[in-house]
Design a binder for this molecule. Structure first.
Ligand SMILES: [Zn+2]
Length: 261
C-alpha cells in the first residue's frame, strides 16, 4: 500500500511538472543567458542542466520572488536566484523546499533587528546589516547586490544564495543546527564526527591567529558552518577537499545520494 501511494504521488508530481513545463516554461533564451553567467553551474552536464531547468520552473511556480525597498525584480533576476537555490536540491527533490513560499530581494545589505539571548539568558537587542537571512518556516531574504556580485565576481567559497538555502535544508528537521535530515543510508555519527572535527579545527586556527582554511564566518556556530561548507561544496569543492576531505565525503552523501531516499 505504501509503495502504491508513493508511486501515485510520483506520477502526480510528474504530471504536474509536465503541465508546468507546457504552460509556464522559462523561455530558453532567458534560461541560457542567465545560466551561462553563473559560475556554480559550469560543471553540470547536459542531463543535469535539463533537470535543473525543470526544478527551476517548479520553483518559480511555487515561490514568490518579490522586491523590497522599490527593487524591481526582473524575470532574469528570478531565474538567477531560483536556479542557484535549486542547485542544492538537484539530487534531493523539490520536497526539500516544502513549507515556505517567499523569497524577498533587497537592493543592498539590509538592516535587521534581533533580540539575542547571551550566555546568561539575558536578551540583547541587536541591529545588524546582512546580505542574507533565512527564516525557519518563513521567507528567504537576500541582498540583490550580493547575489549579483557572486555571479559576476566569482569568489571561491562565496555564494549568498547557496548559503541561505542551505539554512533552509538545515531547518527541515525543526532546528537550524548544522544537521539537516540525513538520508537513511547515512551514518549520523560519521556526519557529526567529520563536521565537528573540521569546525573545531577552524575555531582553533582562528583562536591561535593562524590564517583560517575556510571563511572564518563558518566558525560562528554549527549552523553557519554547514551553510558555509555548502557554499564551498558547490563553488570551490577542491578547496574543501584539500582541507576537509571527510566533510566533502559527508556532503557528497547528503547532496548527491546515489539513489533517492
Ligand atoms: Zn548564515
Amino acid at each position: 500500500m505504501g509503495n502504491y501511494l508513493y508511486s501515485l504521488r510520483r506520477a502526480l508530481q510528474r504530471w504536474r511538472m509536465r503541465q508546468l513545463l507546457k504552460h509556464h516554461p522559462i523561455p530558453h533564451p532567458l534560461w541560457h543567458e542567465v545560466t551561462a553567467r553563473i559560475w556554480a553551474l559550469h560543471d553540470l552536464d547536459a542531463v543535469q542542466m535539463v533537470h535543473l531547468y525543470e526544478l527551476t520552473t517548479w520553483f518559480l511556480a511555487q515561490k514568490a520572488i518579490t522586491g523590497a525597498r522599490g527593487l524591481v525584480v526582473t524575470p532574469s533576476m528570478k531565474v538567477a536566484v531560483a536556479t542557484q537555490a535549486c542547485l542544492l536540491i538537484l539530487n534531493l527533490g523539490a520536497s526539500y523546499f516544502d513549507g515556505w513560499g517567499e523569497v524577498i530581494l533587497y537592493p543592498g545589505a539590509f538592516r535587521v533587528q534581533h533580540d539575542q539571548p547571551d550566555a546568561l539568558g539575558l536578551i540583547h537587542h541587536e541591529a545588524n546589516r546582512l546580505s542574507g537571512e533565512s527564516w525557519l518556516h518563513g521567507p528567504v531574504i537576500l541582498s540583490w547586490d550580493e547575489v549579483e556580485r557572486d555571479i559576476f565576481h566569482h569568489q571561491a567559497g562565496h555564494n549568498v544564495v547557496i548559503h541561505e538555502f542551505a539554512h533552509k535544508l538545515d531547518g527541515l528537521n525543526g532546528a537550524m543546527n548544522g544537521m539537516p535530515p540525513l538520508h537513511r543510508s547515512m551514518n549520523r555519527k560519521n556526519w557529526t564526527e567529520a563536521l565537528t572535527h573540521a569546525y573545531e579545527a577552524l575555531g582553533h586556527q582562528i583562536a591561535t591567529g593562524k590564517s583560517p582554511f575556510l571563511n572564518p564566518y563558518a566558525a560562528t556556530n554549527p549552523a553557519e558552518f554547514f551553510a558555509v561548507i555548502s557554499e564551498y561544496f558547490f563553488t570551490a569543492p577542491s578547496v574543501l577537499q584539500s582541507c576537509c576531505p571527510n566533510v566533502v565525503k559527508q556532503l557528497s552523501l547528503f547532496y548527491r545520494p546515489p539513489t533517492h531516499s
